[in-house]
Design a protein around this ligand. Structure first.
Ligand code: ADP
Ligand code: ADP
Length: 221
């Protein structure tokens, strides 16, 4: 099926370093899929390739059956965590979202909806320079959801979250999947995603080492 994300046979080198060595997996609607592997395994590279930010030497990455870069309004097809480094410290979180919404033909009403949805309302009108990492993660997730996309992709969303934030994030990711979205979440820590993801893609050195439902993986252990 074309829904969700399908990556097939991705190969990529950075000079002598093989970053992706035949990476293939699918991210289906209605479940959270965890992309798990140690630092350097290829999680970020895979996500950058899906977004069309990195070219590959071989292979394809499709979102809803098409290359991500082929969408005229990409945020309506796939939302991903905004790079926290790209925040303008003097502007509010709401300003950032309004700017993105404007660029994508979305309304201020939609901006206020996603602010509520991610629990950012108390901080939304404060300068983003004062945000904690957890608040920046929530802002990034709000940006990812602006276009109400069928696919959501988050690279290490638990980073910098306090214990309450982690509990919130787990429930939130499950609710996105329960709404029928395809959700891909990366982590270098198995225990961060194993309570959240119904499906796990475990990778190492640029390739998939296990790809199974959580119950199957536990039964095999
Ligand atoms: P992960 O996200 O799982 O930590 P990455 O996708 O960041 O892994 O990295 C995969 C491999 O590619 C690592 O060996 C990393 O050092 C290398 N790599 C990633 N980005 C670059 C880059 N821009 N230049 C050179 N090597 C890179
Ligand atoms: P727009 O956002 O202006 O509709 P796009 O290039 O983003 O333009 O979309 C092009 C086509 O893809 C549209 O006909 C749209 O209906 C269709 N489309 C929308 N969502 C999806 C999806 N999740 N998977 C595949 N096709 C889709």
């Amino acid at each position: 099926s074309a829904a969700g994300i399908v990556v097939d046979g991705l190969r990529k080198r950075y000079g002598a370093t093989v970053a992706l060595d035949g990476m293939s997996f699918a991210v289906r609607p209605g479940v959270v899929t965890g992309l798990v592997g140690p630092n350097g395994a290829g999680k970020s590279t895979t996500m950058r390739v899906i977004l069309g930010l990195d070219a590959v030497d071989e292979g394809t990455a499709l979102v809803g059956g098409r290359p991500y870069r082929s969408f005229r309004h990409p945020l309506k097809h796939l939302g991903s965590l905004l790079d926290a480094g790209a925040l303008h410290p003097g502007r509010s979180g709401r300003d950032h979202l309004l700017w993105l919404a404007h660029a994508q033909g979305l309304t201020a009403r939609r901006v206020d909806q996603v602010i509520e949805q991610v629990g950012l309302a108390p901080a939304a009108r404060r300068k983003a320079g004062g945000y904690s990492l957890g608040m920046r993660q929530r802002l990034g997730i709000a940006a990812a959801l602006l276009g109400d996309p069928p696919v959501v992709m988050l690279d290490e969303p638990f980073n910098g979250m306090d214990p309450d934030g982690i509990i919130w994030m787990r429930g939130f990711l499950r609710s996105l999947a329960a709404q029928g979205r395809a959700v891909l979440v990366s982590s270098h820590l198995m225990n961060e995603v194993q309570d959240t993801a119904a499906h796990l893609v475990v990778i190492g050195r640029g390739r998939v080492v296990a790809d199974a439902g959580l119950a199957e993986l536990i039964a095999a252990a």
